[in-house]
Design a protein around this ligand. Structure first.
Ligand code: ADP
Ligand code: MG
Length: 450
């Protein structure tokens, strides 16, 4: 999704849409572009983006779009960690709601006189924005009723937890009807946030917008497997998803080798990436993942750090990361640039949203070979090898069609060329005697597809 998202492509009510240009909102920010379609479809969303990225309007437009002004009941509740934030959020929602007549919003915060808040609540509020303590107080006094709430928002959830509000938040949230939509926004993504999400959200979509990553949508799944079942669980996930490229993360080098060995013995096309490998082997592993001549790359975090890997359809946390930043960084390999991706974590204890590994639905038969096959040329830029020359020779001398040639990677001293797997015999036959600028072409990796 490279072109900007304008709001009028979204199913927003005219009253909301017509007001936005007046606020100077012409294009959706990345978090809005990624999260709003899900929010408007009433999905639970776990949103992560830096401060100033426009999260308020993302949930504000979502909750406003769903309010029925004709029913004076509390239909949306926004919980914020501190008063200043609640006031900012309330002000932004009021701005967004300018064109909707008779919307009542009440702010319930500590550090402010209680009487006016109580009077406002008696008069009725469609939307309540507040901090946990004061919200709880109004619930106790039966001034805030939870039964009609259809949108619940936790803003800056990481700060809510840091400030020790976890239990208060759960006490407020638990009685709210389960049919609600729950939106959880946070600037960071520690394990506590994911635990909170599991407690209060249903089948949430993660929307992660990192400066380094374009926004996309990642569906995160947890698969429960005892340690001894993990290799089988991994194999099942791979066979269920049938993704063209998958990155699998392991905690250690040895784990990485072991996992790759098991997959390979089951017929998966697999490569490894870990810190003990030579630089050349590491880049070759990445080149093969990128040119689609290997389907699964099993990596350690250390080796995968800072890699420039294009969008991948599937990431699997074989050993889940303890550090939330690492989890996020790993998961960020998928669902980039507005595309959707999936991330699976193999966990060793059940959670409400997890499924057991034996509930997965693997497709029958052997794993399919990769669509491409890599050949190595022992010459590169220094030998004046260029893509045009390569393709020319392969078409004119080896009898290939230009479409049979895939990604071409040329480094200083060598090149890696991907061919469609169907023509590999033709290529090999030509390469037995043929040369490109005097250089030899040899199969780099030939999957066993006899
Ligand atoms: P966050 O909650 O992510 O820290 P805010 O919701 O407070 O960020 O938004 C930051 C600023 O960006 C606010 O001043 C808001 O009015 C503005 N803003 C939000 N969405 C847009 C948009 N689509 N176009 C222009 N400005 C926007
Ligand atoms: Mg905010």
């Amino acid at each position: 999704m490279t072109s900007p998202t304008t709001f009028d492509t979204l199913p927003l009510s005219p009253a909301l849409l017509e007001n936005l240009p007046g606020l100077g909102y012409t294009e959706a920010t990345p978090i809005q572009a990624a999260a709003l379609p899900l929010i408007l479809a009433k999905r639970d969303v776990l949103g992560q983006a830096k401060t100033g990225s426009g999260k308020t309007a993302a949930f504000g437009l979502g909750l406003l779009n769903d309010i029925d002004p004709g029913r004076l009941e509390t239909q949306a509740l926004v919980i914020c960690p501190v008063r200043e934030l609640a006031e900012q959020v309330a002000a932004e929602i009021r701005r967004l709601a300018r064109n909707i007549p008779n919307i009542k919003l009440v702010t319930l915060c500590g550090g402010m006189p209680g009487r006016p808040q109580e009077i406002s609540m008696r008069a009725g509020a469609h939307i309540v924005v507040g901090t946990p303590g004061r919200i709880a107080k109004h619930i106790r006094k039966d001034l805030l009723r939870l039964s009609a709430i259809s949108t619940l928002v936790l803003d800056e959830a990481d700060r809510l937890l840091d400030m020790g509000f976890a239990e208060d938040v759960l006490a407020i949230v638990n009685p709210i009807p389960r049919s609600r939509q729950t939106l959880l926004f946070s600037a960071t993504f520690p394990e506590e946030i994911r635990a909170l999400s599991r407690k209060i959200q249903r089948d949430p979509e993660s929307v992660i917008v990192d400066t380094a990553l374009a926004p996309g949508v990642v569906e995160e799944r947890e698969v429960f497997a005892a340690p001894r079942d993990k290799p089988r669980a991994l194999s099942r996930i791979l066979r269920q998803e049938m993704a063209e490229s998958t990155l699998v993360f392991c905690a250690t080098r040895d784990g990485c080798r072991e996992v790759a060995g098991t997959l390979s013995s089951e017929g998966f096309s697999v490569a490894t990436l870990h810190g003990e490998m030579e630089q050349r082997d590491r880049s070759d592993a990445l080149i093969r993942l990128a040119n689609r001549s290997v389907r699964v790359l099993v990596a350690t975090d250390v080796a995968a750090r800072g890699l420039d890997i294009d969008d991948l359809p599937l990431v699997i946390h074989f050993d889940p990361a303890n550090d939330p930043d690492i989890h996020l960084h790993r998961t960020g390999r998928t669902g980039r640039a507005g595309r959707s991706g999936k991330a699976f974590s193999l966990i060793d204890r059940r959670t409400p949203s997890s499924i057991s590994w034996d509930e997965l639905s693997p497709q029958p038969g052997p794993p399919p070979p990769p669509p491409m096959v890599s050949f190595l040329l022992n010459g590169g830029k220094k030998d004046k090898i260029r893509p045009g020359i390569l393709v020319g020779v392969m078409v004119n001398e080896a009898g290939l069609n230009p479409e049979d040639v895939g990604n071409i990677h040329i480094s200083d001293t060598y090149s890696v060329i991907a061919f469609r797997i169907g023509v590999q015999r033709k290529v090999a036959k030509w390469a037995a005697t043929g040369r490109i600028k005097g250089k030899r072409l040899t199969p780099m990796y030939v999957p066993d597809i006899s």
